[in-house]
Design a protein around this ligand. Structure first.
Ligand SMILES: [Mg+2]
Length: 226
């Protein structure tokens, strides 16, 4: 069970103070599935395509997408570098604009049940945060998709702070901005398992969100003792 860590023996003693959510793949369709689709259409193994387009996502590296997410590279330059990389490694030019095209079609709606759950958690008195790896150029598209001010006490966007998941420092920054000092008082949700592992490694309770978020929301309720 991917979310077994929720049921760790000490969870009864834990008092959750804050819940931190990822954006893409939690409130919307997954960008990684869109990358897999573009890769498959080009005749590549989906996992190879995801790694070429988004870099080795379990790590924080100098891959062009990671630099763009840290606000160190603009999106057109990022796209060019990724195309060069993919041609060099596979002979196929993977185009980030195509990924965005597929993603645009899939991101027709938000997962309202996750939005509603977030609002309920905040209304219950717990602090809520958003911690997103994102690029500057996407800001005008993703921010209006959900009522950010109503849902979250704080939003950490990787390209604004120069740090990205899975770097432990960005999890700590999110906690600090929410006024929480004990990581075991934080529940973190993300669709990328490597980010969830990183959160668990610093002591947070981590929950992986699948294409159907129902299991993750049930695991969240269990972590909150609801
Ligand atoms: Mg995500």
């Amino acid at each position: 069970m991917i979310n077994d860590a929720v049921h760790t023996p000490d969870h009864q003693q834990r008092e959750v103070q804050a819940v931190v959510f990822d954006f893409g793949g939690v409130y919307t369709a997954s960008p990684f599935s869109a990358a897999a689709e573009v890769g498959e259409a080009a005749g590549l193994d989906p996992s190879v395509a995801i790694t070429l387009l988004f870099g080795p996502y379990d790590h924080d590296t100098d891959h062009p997408w990671h630099r763009a997410e840290r606000g160190q590279l603009d999106l057109p330059a990022c796209r060019d570098e990724i195309m060069e990389l993919s041609v060099a490694q596979t002979g196929i030019a993977l185009d980030m604009w195509e990924v965005f095209g597929v993603l645009g079609k899939r991101m027709t709606g938000v997962r309202q049940q996750v939005v509603d759950h977030t609002l309920r958690i905040r209304q219950s008195g717990l602090r809520t945060g958003l911690l997103t790896n994102n690029v500057l150029e996407a800001r005008e598209f993703w921010r209006p998709m959900i009522p950010l001010d109503e849902m979250f006490d704080d939003v950490v966007d990787s390209c604004e702070v120069g740090l990205r998941k899975p770097d432990a420092r960005v999890f700590e920054l999110s906690m600090q901005r929410l006024g929480v000092t004990d990581p075991s008082a934080v529940v973190f949700l993300d669709d990328w398992p490597g980010n969830v592992t990183a959160a668990r490694n610093i002591g947070m309770t981590g929950i992986v969100v699948d294409d159907d978020p129902a299991d993750a929301l049930a695991a969240l309720d269990a972590a909150l003792g609801w």
